[in-house]
Design a protein around this ligand. Structure first.
Ligand code: DC
Length: 225
């Protein structure tokens, strides 16, 4: 069994790449951002300020999150309800980023992330997978791209989902989230010392996937051939 950690800022194409890699290697893809988004969604539903650490912490005992794999697709259940689609909005991205800064939220989601790799090989994407969740991961990749490039990808993705968004707003949100995610005191976004850095600015999704598979092949050798 092995673990592949893919970290990086929002919009770098982590999920596209991780999903393709998982399919190619026949292992499970775990999208950890979805867990933080689910907490963010609940905080919003309860009308709580996501910046209020104590108020957010008080809500945690009311949250039951279930990660389920149905036909190879990750689904997220919040207190029994499938929220896989409703966590994908621009507003929830910001809620997720804000609630993820609270140590209690990170602690709350830790076991769910570690447990899933106990019985199977995984490729997991997030912000702190290579630094905190799996410092012993066999492969660690830090995927990034320019803020403009990432904003354009996020914008296209949101438009394709039918959300009404403005590119400048998406860019400004990406920059705010970059700032929140990299300056928080617990588990800030940063490459692990032994991570391979990959800047995929200007790459097509296929090129990113090929570059990542090449890194994995180099690291794992014939382990998964
Ligand atoms: O990857 P994403 O855009 O779905 O993540 C949403 C937010 O969740 C992101 O801004 C920061 C937070 N997050 C985190 O703090 N740690 C992770 N492992 C994954 C996401």
């Amino acid at each position: 069994m092995y673990k592949i950690a893919i970290d990086g800022p929002g919009g770098a194409g982590k999920s596209t790449v991780a999903k393709a890699v998982a399919e190619k290697l026949g292992i499970t893809y775990v999208d950890t951002g979805a867990l933080y988004r689910t907490v963010g969604l609940y905080v919003k539903q309860r009308g709580v300020n996501p910046k209020d650490a104590a108020a957010v912490e008080d809500l945690l005992p009311d949250i039951k999150i279930r990660l389920a794999y149905e036909n190879g697709v990750q689904n997220l259940y919040l207190n029994g309800q499938n929220v896989s689609d409703s966590i994908r909005t621009q507003e929830i991205s910001m809620y997720a980023s804000l609630v993820s800064a609270h140590p209690a939220v990170r602690a709350f989601l830790l076991d769910a992330q570690r447990d899933i790799a106990k019985t199977q090989s995984i490729v997991m994407d997030g912000r702190d997978i290579g630094t905190v969740i799996f410092p012993d991961a066999e492969v660690k990749i830090f995927l990034t791209a320019s803020a403009e490039n990432r904003a354009k990808r996020r914008y296209d993705e949101l438009i394709a989902r039918g959300e009404k968004v403005d590119y400048e707003q998406v860019l400004s949100d990406i920059k705010t989230r970059d700032h929140n995610d990299s300056t928080r005191s617990v588990a800030p976004l940063r490459p692990a010392e032994d991570a391979v850095l990959l800047d995929n600015t200007g790459y097509t999704p296929d090129q990113s996937v090929a570059a990542v598979l090449e890194i994995i092949r180099r690291k794992l050798g014939d382990r998964n051939e």
